[in-house]
Structures are given as structure tokens and as C-alpha cells.
Ligand binder design. Structure first.
Ligand SMILES: Nc1ncnc2c1ncn2[C@@H]1O[C@H](COP(=O)(O)OP(=O)(O)OP(=O)(O)O)[C@@H](O)[C@H]1O
Ligand SMILES: [Mg+2]
Length: 309
């Protein structure tokens, strides 16, 4: 049986008359990496804050390790969307300070700060003041500070935004390492590639509601296969077009078209029987990015329909 680290249900928040979050459930399996995805303004940050007990929900409730979130705050690490460290502190102190706020001893915090920074290849800035750092580097320091007390649950709101590709890679490694240590990690992002590589499960929030929950593979399976096919050079174009579905379009000598899963084998049989040959053939599931765009488009179209109806 799955045990859940977070069980939040019915989360709802109004800002004035605007329903920013509408009946959102977040059930996060213990020990997993979980992505909260959605467009700008969808309600991700507000949902995470209600989940954490930082914002009171108008409806619904959140349990973390079976308790009220406030009762387990020392077991939680949180990187908020709005970043901020004391500019006069050095990296080592800033990290130890954040740990101390969550119950970690000062000297232990300083020691762990050094270990983390060395592990990340950032030891050269450990005694540099935050004030002198680039925005991305300060964010890396804040990230380390949010997990230095070895929390059981880590919540990172847009942790990748503003990081260069090398630091993004470091963060991915860090997230996996924390998971391997036994922590549960929840992060929000707009960049599907991070979610695709890291997440065991994802939730997609759009226009205040949860529109999808499941694995990355389940999200991708919402879309048909993406086929690219080119016959042998001497094949007659009319014969090729007759074989392919009506939506197929020719681009730089290669036919592109979507294909339902159960139509893949019949098509392969037809191509073989036709003797048109194969110069290029790829049959791939579209990436999470495409599935995300598809889900958001459906939600937007439904909303536009409601307005005009
Ligand atoms: N304190 C507030 N007062 C009024 N409206 C708010 C407040 N906080 C958020 N909102 C509104 O609620 C909606 C959801 O905001 P939220 O920050 O949760 O979205 P998000 O999904 O995190 O977006 P982003 O990807 O841009 O971070 C937005 O329309 C936002 O303008
Ligand atoms: Mg946000």
C-alpha cells in the first residue's frame, strides 16, 4: 500500500471574489519526486502554501506526515518563490542560519554547509558575502539552506528558474540525492524537461484546478504517437500519400503524422506490403512538453467556450 507524505484535499482559496485555487487535491507518495506543473498564475504557489500551512485555505485541509503542517515544520524544507537572504552574511553563515531556524545546531550547520558546497563544486564561494553574489548563485545558497537540516519533506517553488544549465544540472543531482537519502521532494516548474527527467508523478494545475494527476508516461500517453516516415527515393509520391493517414504532411522529404497506438502495427504491415521501402522511420511518443501544451489548450478552449456560451 502506498503511504502518503502529504495528503491535501479540497484546497480552495479566494482572493476577493477570484477563486485562485479551486478544490485542489495533492497526495504525495512518501519517498517520491513530485512535480507541480502549470502556466503562470495557475495557482501552484498558492496551492503549495496552503499545503504547507503558510496560507490558510478557505476550504479543504492539508496533512503532512498525518499531522497539521505547522506541527512538523522542522521536518520540512521550503524554498519559497520569492528569494531572499541577508546580504551581509557569508554563504556558510546564511546556510547555517537557515538550518538554525529549523532546529539545526549552528556548528553542525556550518559543517554541513561546507560539505554541501564542496559536493556541488561551489566551495570557492563559501566565504563570500551574499551581497557580492550573482542572483543564480545566491539562489543555490538558499537552496542548500532550505535542505541543510536534512528534512523529510522538501518543497521547492520554481527552483530551476534563473539557474544556468550547469547549476540546473547540479540541482537535478541534488534532488535525486535527497530522494535517495529518503526524503520526499515536491517542486514546481514551467520547464517540462526537468519534470520529465526527475518526477515519479506530476500534477498539472491550470485555471485554478488540478487538470491531471499521474505519472509522466500517463501524461504522454494522452497524445498519439508521432511518426516520421520517408520511403525509398524512387517511390511515387501519390502511392505514399495514399498509404498514410489524411493528416500526414510532407516536410523536407519526410512525412509527419500522428498515429493511434493500435494503428502502429497495421501501418508497418502496409508499408512492408507496399514495397515503398523505408529511408527514414521513427515512431515516438511526444514529450511531456507536448502533453502539457495539449492539456492547457483543452482547458483554455473549454474556458473560452464558457465565456461565449
Ligand atoms: N496575495 C494575493 N492577492 C491577490 N491575488 C493573488 C495573491 N496571490 C496570488 N494571487 C493570484 O492568484 C492566482 C494564482 O497565483 P499563484 O502565485 O498561485 O500562481 P502560480 O501558478 O504559482 O504562477 P507562477 O507560475 O507565475 O508562479 C494568480 O492569478 C495571482 O495573481
Ligand atoms: Mg508560483
Amino acid at each position: 500500500m502506498t503511504s502518503f507524505c502529504v495528503e491535501a484535499e479540497g484546497l480552495t482559496k479566494y482572493f476577493g471574489s477570484f477563486k485562485a485555487v479551486d478544490n485542489v487535491a495533492l497526495k504525495i507518495p512518501a519517498g517520491s519526486i513530485y512535480g507541480v506543473l502549470g502556466p503562470n498564475g495557475a495557482g501552484k504557489t498558492t496551492s503549495l502554501r496552503m499545503m504547507l500551512g503558510i496560507v490558510d485555505p478557505d476550504e479543504g485541509e492539508s496533512r503532512i506526515f498525518g499531522e497539521r503542517p505547522q506541527a512538523v515544520r522542522h521536518r520540512i524544507g521550503y524554498l519559497p518563490e520569492e528569494r531572499g537572504l541577508y546580504p551581509a552574511m557569508k554563504a556558510r553563515e546564511a546556510i547555517a542560519f537557515m538550518g538554525a531556524l529549523r532546529g539545526l545546531g549552528w556548528s553542525e550547520g556550518r559543517r554541513r554547509a561546507a560539505d554541501f558546497m564542496t559536493e556541488l563544486g561551489l566551495e570557492r564561494v563559501i566565504d563570500e558575502k551574499i551581497r557580492k553574489m550573482s542572483k543564480g548563485m545566491a539562489q543555490m545558497i538558499q537552496l542548500v539552506g532550505s535542505i541543510v537540516h536534512a528534512p523529510d519533506l522538501i518543497i521547492l517553488d520554481e527552483p530551476f528558474s534563473g539557474l544556468d544549465p550547469v547549476n540546473q544540472e547540479r540541482l537535478e543531482i541534488l534532488v535525486r540525492r535527497e530522494r535517495d537519502r529518503g526524503a520526499t521532494i515536491i517542486f514546481s516548474t514551467h520547464v517540462m524537461a526537468h519534470a520529465e527527467r526527475l518526477c515519479d508523478r506530476i500534477a498539472i494545475i491550470a485555471r485554478s484546478q488540478r487538470r491531471f494527476e499521474g505519472t509522466v508516461e500517463e501524461a504522454r500517453a494522452l497524445l498519439p504517437m508521432d511518426v516520421r516516415y520517408a520511403p525509398r527515393a524512387d517511390a511515387a509520391p501519390e502511392a505514399v500519400a495514399a498509404l498514410l493517414p489524411p493528416g500526414a504532411r510532407l516536410q523536407n522529404g519526410i512525412w509527419h503524422f500522428p498515429l493511434a497506438d493500435d494503428a502502429v502495427e497495421p501501418l508497418l504491415a502496409q508499408i512492408t506490403a507496399s514495397h515503398l521501402g523505408v529511408a527514414t522511420l521513427s515512431i515516438m511518443r511526444p514529450a511531456l512538453h507536448e502533453a502539457f501544451v495539449h492539456i492547457i489548450r483543452q482547458v483554455d478552449e473549454a474556458a473560452a467556450g464558457e465565456v461565449t456560451a
